[in-house]
Ligand binder design. Structure first.
Ligand code: HEM
Length: 475
């Protein structure tokens, strides 16, 4: 049981920040491959960082109370930064994630309505079916095998979201083509941000993103068009066969009576597919890798899962209610989200009037047009807010946390723009991880650590290799 375990299970490797440099071009060059390259050691110690980036004032907001001010208390003064729209527009148009004001508010009411109708219980069969496909694929590899768990988790997360939205699976070559387009889009989008700082025009920046975006949009547009055509002739009550797309088609804003047009639906579904599979894939692959590196944590999680399923045969998967009885497993997932938050930064714009940003360390002027970066990656590893910040210790989420720490944990954001898919993502993650540790002993492959990069999400450039050894169990 103990072969292959790394010497430091508590301190998983991560791309450490570089020593400070005042040379902006060197910094931008470091950020070309991954935005983590823009960060200095110092950024993980200050409450508020400030930088003049070729004439633009850029802040790094770490102080949890200031984070709350920007995302919750004074949210109207800090809308999403236009760069968010620029790098995502070719793929998601003007979908909910990157727009502001009334345009956002209407979309949010419609999306919230859709989430209420297509609730967690309704989504559960899609999650079970996709997890079952994953387990089948792993079983085909044999009783002791090496797998790229990042690839497998990308597949299961995409399968969950596509089954939920469109009531169909995603598999084979179709999946491969779409993932390749996404992965190229991610790489180019990261670079687009650096190019924007260098003042390149929007049209030129978006050029490198258009082809890959088109592959994904055309694929999704075909399903939506087909469904709308079907609905025109379909006499059945839609409530009998409802999926997330149906709820989006039916949703109506109570204030404006607005509904999503066909074009809006393509934008929203492209975004929901991106949000629902990239983030979950990132967190699931990394959580499995952390479990593999930490045999004690893995053992404790397995004990918890087994105590819930008792002696049910292995083919009978965890049930909806049972997922609510796994506090330790939930703590494991939270700790994975703390150390490797899939959405590692958000950017906001200072709007309307000049202001000030105040922390216990002092005050800084914040003129209109300043760019504010709020980074779960930095805040959740900041030694002022987290003891032993780089260690993997799920138990920290079992204790009552201070309000400081609650504001310093924001993998799903905070305030009115908080992720509406958070409970969905947690349910999916608990099911997949619990079924995995129930069947397999997860072992790390020590000679190949993942090479994490910060793009639209945190992903490993070289995949995440694990060894899966089947456990003895009742059939
Ligand atoms: C581990 C998985 C996930 C993580 C870490 C995550 C994280 C986030 C974060 C940080 C934001 C807010 C960003 C900001 O304030 O700038 C966000 C927004 C959003 N997420 Fe998620 N997400 C996850 C899964 C999902 C899923 C599964 C869905 C849908 C099924 C989803 C749908 C959305 C939507 C619609 C928004 C936009 C909300 C708005 O702007 O009002 N997310 N997500």
């Amino acid at each position: 049981m103990v072969d292959n375990y790394p010497e430091e299970p508590l301190q998983p490797p991560w791309p450490k920040p570089k020593p400070y440099t005042s040379n902006i071009f060197r910094r931008l060059a470091r950020g070309w491959k991954s935005w983590f390259g823009l960060l200095n050691e110092w950024d993980f110690r200050v409450s508020l960082g400030e930088l003049n980036l070729l004439g633009k004032r850029v802040f790094l907001v770490n102080d949890p109370l200031l984070v709350r001010k920007v995302l919750v208390d004074e949210v109207d003064l800090f809308p999403k930064h236009p760069y968010t729209l620029w790098i995502l527009e070719p793929l998601i148009g003007r979908a909910i994630f990157s727009v502001n004001g009334e345009e956002w508010a209407i979309q949010r009411r419609l999306i919230d309505q859709a989430f209420q109708v297509a609730n967690l219980k309704k989504a559960f069969p899609a999650m079970t079916a996709a997890t079952s496909s994953l387990l089948h694929r792993l079983e085909m590899n044999g009783v002791d095998s090496f797998v790229d768990i990042d690839k497998e988790m990308t597949m299961v997360a995409a399968d969950v979201i596509i089954r939920t939205i469109l009531s169909r699976p995603i598999e084979g070559d179709e999946a491969t083509d779409i993932f390749k387009a996404f992965s190229r889009y991610q790489r180019h989008a990261g670079r687009a941000l650096v190019l924007r700082f260098l003042r390149l025009p929007k049209s030129l920046i978006q050029l490198s993103l258009k082809d890959d975006a088109k592959v994904i949009r055309n694929w999704i547009q075909a399903f939506i068009h087909e469904r709308l055509e079907q609905n025109k002739v379909d006499e059945r009550n839609p409530l009998e066969k409802i999926d997330f797309l149906d709820t989006l088609i039916m949703a109506e804003d109570p204030k404006t009576k607005k509904k999503f047009s066909e074009q809006d639906l393509v934008d929203q579904v492209c975004f929901l597919f991106l949000a629902g599979h990239e983030t979950s894939a990132s967190s699931l692959g990394i959580a499995a890798w952390l479990l593999a590196r930490s045999p004690e944590v893995q053992k404790q999680m397995r004990v918890e899962v087994m105590s819930v399923v008792c002696d049910r045969p292995i083919h009978s998967m965890l049930r909806f209610d049972e997922l609510r009885q796994l506090p330790y497993s939930e703590a494991v997932f939270n700790e994975a989200l703390r150390l490797y938050p899939p959405v590692s930064f958000f950017i906001r714009d200072r709007d309307k009037k000049d202001g000030e940003l105040a922390t216990s360390e002092g005050r800084r002027r914040c003129p209109v047009g300043s760019l504010l970066t709020l980074s779960p990656w930095v805040i959740q590893r900041h030694d002022k807010y987290w003891p032993e910040p780089h260690q993997f210790k799920p138990e920290r989420f079992l204790k009552n946390s201070s309000s400081l720490q609650r504001n310093a944990f924001l993998p799903f954001g905070m305030g009115p723009r908080k992720c509406p898919g958070a409970s969905f993502a947690k349910q999916e993650a608990l099911l997949v991880l619990a079924e995995l540790v129930r069947r397999y002993e997860l072992l790390p492959v020590t000679d190949q650590d993942p090479d994490f990069v910060g793009l639209l999400t945190v992903r490993s450039q070289n995949g995440i290799r694990l060894r899966l050894r089947e456990l003895e169990h009742k059939t």
